[in-house]
Ligand binder design. Structure first.
Ligand code: FCB
Length: 455
């Protein structure tokens, strides 16, 4: 049954006819069934066992039990009118990819396009024991895995994304250690950056070879970075954070080079020594589209003190300021205008590059009362970001789609089950799904392919 409302309202902001409306999840966050069908341990299973690493000692079980409930979940997606579903394939399930076969078929039977991410952070633990992403060989193992997945699903998948947010894999995983594998070493993080990028390029080759007509790219988490003042020190702080967050990925992928300032800043951490002949050509093989994950912008100034192991390798002294916007439950500031700025800037750097917002959304302290979740804050958040997306399209950005993070509540990594990002509420004890008000609102946006004047 459809939850799409009547189509009588007049639409103020209409999206392009072919605009893709989707929602996203990731394997470890939703699947559960961590021991089913030969799945092996990932770095996140191991990290969850580490005392104090994940809020409340939460683990990948039961998550949203999507592995077993996917048929009902696809029916729920259909009721919302979703045109596409972005999921990730779990590398630890390589021994038996049958689940993804069934999921893809179920989606297609229900008229929903399957968008697959090859790596959303769940590296097999056995590879971490050989150095994980600090080991160049992991990039080649990733290409082998990508080849197997594309061989199995490539005839039916609509869009491929190689990596999700390599920034998090590298810097949260190996520099601050707040994510798996929990390593705290600047040089390990920089090695991970380069090997992740190499893995992306090698995986693109596998996709191009086996599914040449399917659009493929990478998903990056990108942030506009603003200096607190135009003092040379603050401008330099902004340059360095922009370098570590954005340009260290966009420049190699889009232009086949690491920026000179980063090569200099990161020489003490070994960046120039990691780059072998041909690597940058591999990394910059043309992508068909860029996946953009957007959550917020950064305001920075020089002169802070590092507070424990830092994600900001070589920029540990930079301080992050608040700019006075409302905040989500993650304590992230709500800055929709930053999304327009980001998309327009990417289009200036790579004119005409097709882009998709592959994640955008917010956690709020939702309460389920009498079967209803009145998540007006989330509706306001999504509405603002869709207006910002529309503004970017009007300024010439070839933005082709939007995937809300997330379809349903799930394991928010180190924050455990406590932070809820879903359009759909999940009771993690009973696994009951309840559409939040935001889900019904989003179904309305999809149904009319646009926004009303007043949201
Ligand atoms: C992104 C991740 C995604 C989710 C959102 C809130 O960094 O890609 O898995 O956790 O943040």
């Amino acid at each position: 049954m459809s939850v799409v409302p009547e189509q009588s309202e007049s639409v103020a902001l209409r999206f392009p006819t072919s605009f893709v409306w989707g929602a996203a999840t990731a394997s470890f966050q939703v699947e559960g069934a961590i021991s089913a069908d030969g799945r092996v341990d990932s770095i996140w299973d191991e990290f969850c066992r580490r005392p104090g690493a994940v809020h409340n000692g939460d683990t990948g079980e039961p998550a949203a039990d999507h592995y077993r409930r996917y048929v009902d979940d696809v029916a729920m997606m259909k009721s919302l009118g979703l045109g596409a579903y972005r999921f990730s394939v779990a590398w630890p399930r390589l021994a038996d990819l049958g689940f993804y076969d069934r999921l893809v078929d179920e989606l297609l039977e229900n008229g929903i396009s399957p968008w697959a991410t090859l790596y959303h952070w769940d590296l097999p633990q056995s590879l971490e024991e050989k150095g994980g992403w600090t080991n160049r060989d992991t990039a080649y193992r990733f290409a082998d895995y990508a080849s197997a997945v594309v061989g199995r699903l490539g005839d039916r998948v609509t869009g491929w994304l190689t990596l999700n947010e390599p920034w998090c894999s590298a810097f949260a995983g190996y520099a601050s250690g707040r994510h798996a594998p929990g390593v705290t070493s600047g040089s390990a993080a920089i090695a991970a950056v380069h090997h992740l990028l190499l893995g992306h390029g090698l995986a693109m080759q596998e996709i191009t070879a086996q599914a040449p007509n399917t659009p493929a790219g990478i998903t990056l988490n990108l942030f506009p970075v603003h200096p607190a003042s135009d003092s040379p020190a603050d401008l330099d702080a902004a340059r360095r954070i922009d370098g570590l967050q954005n340009r260290i990925f966009t420049a190699p992928v889009l232009r086949g080079e690491y920026p000179d300032d980063l090569l200099t800043d990161l020489a003490p951490y070994g960046l120039p020594d990691l780059i072998q002949d041909g690597d940058l050509a591999t990394i910059s093989a043309p992508i068909d589209m860029l996946g953009v994950n957007y959550y917020r912008a950064y305001l920075v100034e020089a002169g802070g003190e590092p507070d424990g192991p830092s994600e900001w390798v070589g920029a540990e002294d930079v301080r992050f300021l608040t700019s006075g916007h409302p905040r989500t439950e993650m304590d992230w500031e709500v800055q929709p205008e930053g999304l327009t700025e980001l998309l327009v800037s990417l289009n200036e750097q790579s004119p005409g590059l097709p882009m998709y917002i592959t994640e955008n959304g917010a956690a709020y302290p939702d309460t389920l009362t009498d079967g209803v979740v009145r998540d007006t804050d989330r509706i306001t958040f999504l509405d603002g970001h869709l207006r910002a997306s529309h503004a970017a399209i009007e300024q010439g950005v070839d933005l082709r789609g939007y995937f809300c993070w997330s379809l349903m509540d799930n394991l928010e990594w180190a924050a455990g089950y406590a932070k809820r990002f879903g359009l759909v509420h999940v009771d993690f004890e009973t696994q009951k799904r309840t559409l939040k008000d935001s889900a019904r609102w989003y179904a309305g946006v999809i149904g009319r392919n646009g926004l009303l004047a007043d949201g």
